[in-house]
Unconditional design. Structure first.
Length: 668
């Protein structure tokens, strides 16, 4: 065949090769027999294509660690539900093989050394086969005709997931519990510290830390739900049942709707989670989790954890060195705490002596003083701040390094000073960075006592004025970035005016109140002067004028009249400030024209933000010519005032830059 004249066969062959290389080849069967061992990228799939089994690499790890695991076949996001060799990964999956050997299912590594096995002591005389069933149970059974004898099944050897129709059992004869054990972390499926098991004596579930310390209980099973899991009834898609006989006590469940993909997971967070797959969003939907509050998970943060996060991050200063450098340890007062276990009693006369006893003991990590002095030596693993008013806790004094204690609002974390108070950089227990405004006594929202704080999303690129008014920083803003910032601000104001459930007029829109995230996306901030108006209300009059000169509209400054056109005026000033430093495309002229349309003297002549958005997005081809601009010559008395002969764009731009009477359009 002449491939020069007809290249399609060659191209199709190349396409077939590419598809073969980029997809895991499946054996097309659900069974492993002695003469059909999967290896490398080969997988087996259950008969109804519900589950797939083969080699995988967990998470986004760059390490060459491979495991034999099982995952859902019908969803786009690979979600592992069972792992065979969770403690013994292999580094070369191509040379590894999972096969039936000596009456067992065995995984051989790249050196053909067995690293995982079903570990059956008795073997069957007949042929064996391993089958991946459609319910997610991977079984080793007698392969003889008409035989259904199971020798081993993954349902009896779960890892971190509990699938429908599987048992979670307690063996009444051996007194052994079956456990659902969390992964070590998202990159390592080795057994972690959290385990779910059945508590046979109370017909309930219990979660233990390190298989020893219980920290959550589901409450007794009442035949329908677990008494301490109230949210379970609100999302009840499962049919649970509890069985107890002389051999075992176990829970099992099924789905009322078999088409739903759902299951239970013992998560690395230490919480048991009920999840359901949402095909519309291609994500797992969390129906409920227990314990509901993260701080109730025992030792989740390691040493010194409590409800607001992990307390200690800096090494303690102790001994004479701490006195010499002036960095002596201090104590953090933590009221209404569940005091830790294993306190030591110290004979002292008062609370000051108790504090000194702990401070002078380098091994002491905390103290409490009530009827007597209690100190704690070593790690504190389960500090909890009690929230119930009916439960009384004590006051714990946690020893911290002086530098760490002084970092709740230190100067080195100060981001700036606003009109209502200073702003500091902080961090939530989850690790998310935030900005914290500590408000003055005459403003804000009271959180606790006289302390008033506001929490904001932290914007690493500061505010817009930091860039456009700084000669060096402005070089980092090319025209595309400036135009995207203009679009983002316009969308934000349009949302406040039109799409929000409540119509909001910001009243203080300016470049310093436009914050930029790590991708330079603008976020409108500081709603201290914002006003909510009725859905049909177009304007209002206010007796006390407040705002920033240069951004306030004339009718507001003179007569206290404000409307959504107030924000339109402020937006136009911001727009002109953004573009005034660069004129490198035809979009500059468009933005200038739009800006002039928004600063016309008569409020009714100014464009709405919905029209501005259409003009910015290019939906309007011929832009209208601006009428008279808002120079400080008094309030516009009638619409006839705006009937003067329009100036050209160039003439108006020249007037804006040179007329000293223009108090609103300062674009330098």
């Amino acid at each position: 065949m002449d491939y020069k004249k007809n290249p399609w066969p060659m191209m199709l062959s190349f396409l077939f090769i590419c598809l073969s290389l980029n997809n895991h080849p499946s054996l097309g069967v659900d069974t492993i027999s002695a003469d059909l061992p999967p290896s490398g990228d080969q997988t087996i799939i259950s008969n109804g294509w519900n589950f797939e089994l083969g080699f995988f690499t967990p998470g986004s790890s760059s390490r060459s660690n491979y495991y034999i695991g099982m995952w859902y076949k019908k969803i786009s996001r690979r979600t592992i539900v069972w792992v065979a060799n969770r403690e013994t990964p292999v580094s070369d999956r191509i040379s590894c093989v999972l096969r039936i050997s000596d009456g067992n299912l065995v995984l051989f590594n790249e050196s053909q050394i067995p690293i995982w096995s079903t570990n059956l002591s008795s073997t069957s005389s007949g042929p064996l086969e391993a089958v991946l069933q459609d319910d997610g149970n991977f079984v080793l059974r007698d392969g003889s005709a008409n035989s259904s004898k199971l020798l081993w099944q993954s349902f009896d050897n779960p890892t971190h997931s509990w699938l429908p129709s599987a048992k979670l059992a307690y063996n009444n004869k051996t007194k052994q519990n079956m456990h659902i054990i969390s992964w070590k972390n998202s990159e390592d499926p080795a057994p972690g510290p959290f385990a779910l098991e059945v508590q046979q004596s109370t017909s309930s579930f219990i979660i233990r830390w390190n298989k020893s310390v219980p920290y959550w209980n589901s409450g007794p099973w009442d035949g329908k739900i677990f008494s301490w899991v109230p949210k379970m009834s609100a999302n009840f898609i499962y049919n649970f049942s509890y069985v107890s006989n002389e051999n075992e006590s176990y829970f099992t469940y099924s789905l009322y709707d078999p088409s739903i993909i759902s299951g239970f997971v013992m998560d690395i967070s230490g919480q048991i989670q009920q999840l359901s797959w949402m095909e519309s969003t291609k994500q797992w939907n969390l129906l409920w989790s227990q314990p509901k509050i993260q701080c109730e998970v025992y030792a989740f943060c390691g040493p010194f954890d409590f409800s607001a996060g992990c307390a200690r991050k800096t090494s303690l200063q102790c001994g004479n060195d701490s006195l010499a450098n002036g960095k002596r340890d201090k104590f953090w007062e933590m009221p209404n705490m569940k005091l830790p276990d294993h306190p030591q009693t110290v004979a002292v006369g008062n609370s000051s002596e108790c504090e000194s006893a702990c401070l002078n003991n380098c091994s002491c990590t905390a103290y409490a003083y009530g009827d007597h002095c209690s100190i704690w030596i070593g790690d504190l693993l389960n500090l909890q701040q009690l929230t119930s008013s009916n439960t009384y806790g004590g006051t714990l004094y946690l020893k911290l390094a002086a530098s760490e204690l002084s970092s709740n609002f230190s100067d080195e974390n100060k981001l700036g000073q606003g009109g209502y108070g200073p702003v500091y950089k902080g961090k939530l227990p989850s690790g998310q960075e935030i900005a914290v405004k500590r408000l003055s006594r005459v403003s804000g929202y009271c959180i606790e006592g006289s302390e008033k704080i506001l929490l904001y999303e932290y914007m690493p690129n500061k505010s817009l004025d930091f860039f456009i008014f700084d000669q060096k920083q402005s070089m980092n803003l090319d025209w595309e970035m400036r135009f995207n910032i203009i679009l983002g601000i316009a969308r934000g104001i349009l949302y406040l005016h039109q799409d929000s459930r409540l119509r909001i007029i910001h009243r203080d829109l300016k470049t310093s109140n436009i914050l930029l995230d790590h991708k330079m996306n603008p976020k409108i901030s500081d709603f201290g002067l914002a006003r909510i108006v009725g859905d049909r209300q177009t304007e209002a009059i206010i007796s006390k004028v407040a705002g920033t000169y240069g951004y306030m509209s004339p009718e507001y400054v003179i007569d206290g009249i404000f409307s959504i056109k107030f924000d339109v005026f402020s937006f136009s000033v911001v727009l002109l400030e953004i573009i005034s430093g660069k004129r490198n495309t035809n979009q500059f002229v468009k933005c200038l024209n739009i800006g002039l349309l928004c600063v016309q003297a008569n409020p009714s002549d100014r464009s709405t933000l919905s029209i501005v958005m259409k003009m910015l997005d290019g939906e309007t081809v011929n832009l209208p010519t601006p009428k008279r601009l808002a120079f400080f010559i008094g309030r516009d008395q009638s619409s006839s005032t705006s009937s003067n002969k329009p100036e050209s764009i160039n003439e108006q731009f020249h007037n804006i830059k040179n007329k000293s009477q223009c108090i609103q359009c300062q674009i330098s």
